[in-house]
Design a protein around this ligand. Sequence first.
Ligand code: FAD
Length: 461
Amino acid sequence: MVSVFAESRAHRAWGRVHRFVHHVARPTSPAAARTVLARRGQLAVLPYGLGRSYGDSCLNPGGLLVETRGLDRLLAFDPASGVLRCEAGVTLAELLGTVVGRPAPDGGVWFLPVSPGTRFVTVGGAIANDVHGKNHERAGSFGHHVRAFGLLRSDGRILRCAPQENAELFAATIGGLGLTGLILEAELQLVSVPSLRLETEDIRFADLEGFYRLAAESKDWAYTVAWVDCLARGRALGRGVFSRARHLAGSREAVRPPGPPRLSIPLDPPCSPLNSLSLRLFNALLFHRLGPGGRRSAIRPYPAVFYPLDSIGAWNRLYGPRGFWQYQCVVPPDGAPRTIARLLETISGSGEGSFLAVLKTMGDVPAPGLLSFPMAGTTLALDFPNRGAATLQLLARLDRIVLEAGGRLYPAKDGRMPADVFRAGHPNWQRFTEWVDPGFSSAFWRRVAGAEAAARIARAA
Ligand SMILES: Cc1cc2nc3c(=O)[nH]c(=O)nc-3n(C[C@H](O)[C@H](O)[C@H](O)COP(=O)(O)OP(=O)(O)OC[C@H]3O[C@@H](n4cnc5c(N)ncnc54)[C@H](O)[C@@H]3O)c2cc1C
């Protein structure tokens, strides 16, 4: 196919398993984005933020990726209400460096209402994956704080979407994986917090029961998350370290926004230093780092609490040239301890350890998006080095446990979930297809929606 757009192999997702050829456009204004869509010809379009999704939901092999980083203007900020308007390519890092920390009328300071574990994501990407943070139980997901956005469709129309305006398209776009159109700009509601420093506690727990006890006892803590040792077995199954944090009241001390990472992995190591020996060592160090008491309290500035992984640039290269698979599921509260135990038993029995194993509880706030991932229950996120068939077989076994429990997988973290797993976990998926823009597609979508949905969308075009 002859295309007016340059071809590139440079665009990858964070897990670095897939490498595809794309046509690429980089508009720097809403008008330029409209021109790009008008000139797309037969190419299927997909917006691309910073590629911090792990699998293939931000990839579109053979199609047109529209990079949004050029849409980077902060359009308005009202310090009285905390309402912010910006273009969709603005990053959370840029918001931290501009509006976050400005005084709010109640004596607090403005802060991001929800933040994922990295600040290097765009506002458009955060909406399209309806990202969640460590405060889901109290604050819901990113989409709960979106007041409105402007959505460019492939027919050139720009639709304003809000809870009361094009409401169903609004709900389809939040968590809609970039498939309903290109978000040009968004209006967000920031939250006022007492300060940018946090009171934190890290507490060791001996097993899964300990995790659930700490989660139940931490209702006055805004942010909670736990690391689990996924190599532990038997009575130690599910042991780990529980971390909780809340904004410190009465602190006037300024906190500087975080700068670029001080350390970066410049090249792909020929083979990964992350192997079963280093994993065993890493897990033992993490588990015992709190000393004999198993508990540590500290006051920390927000970057240390929210973005520890961002301190090393391109850390994903440590997995070597074959990359890694991330796996994140959520399972409903009924039976969650048993299901999480089955998942951990399956992982520790497989010998395919995960370096980052994160466990947290999610609240029962209704999801704002048709395909939003968060739901009430417990979520477990894991990173597995890509060892080919052995890793894929393990992930398929985990899929069955999640499905039996009535859970779902997170598309933002996925690069291989089969169609049946997607459909069972996202019961609104067919309703969602009504809103997919006929000019848009992705590798993920072609895999999970199948020919039948693609044909229906094409007929609507
Ligand atoms: C270290 C790390 C920690 C993370 N922690 C968390 C976490 O705690 N919680 C969580 O929920 N996620 C987490 N993530 C995942 C990450 O937050 C999401 O994948 C996020 O959406 C990535 O944003 P991005 O700008 O890089 O978008 P991309 O990955 O480039 O794209 C993501 C999706 O958004 C769509 N999109 C992008 N821009 C637009 C636009 N303007 N209009 C319409 N669609 C658009 C794309 O088509 C794609 O479907 C983490 C990722 C990393 C690397």
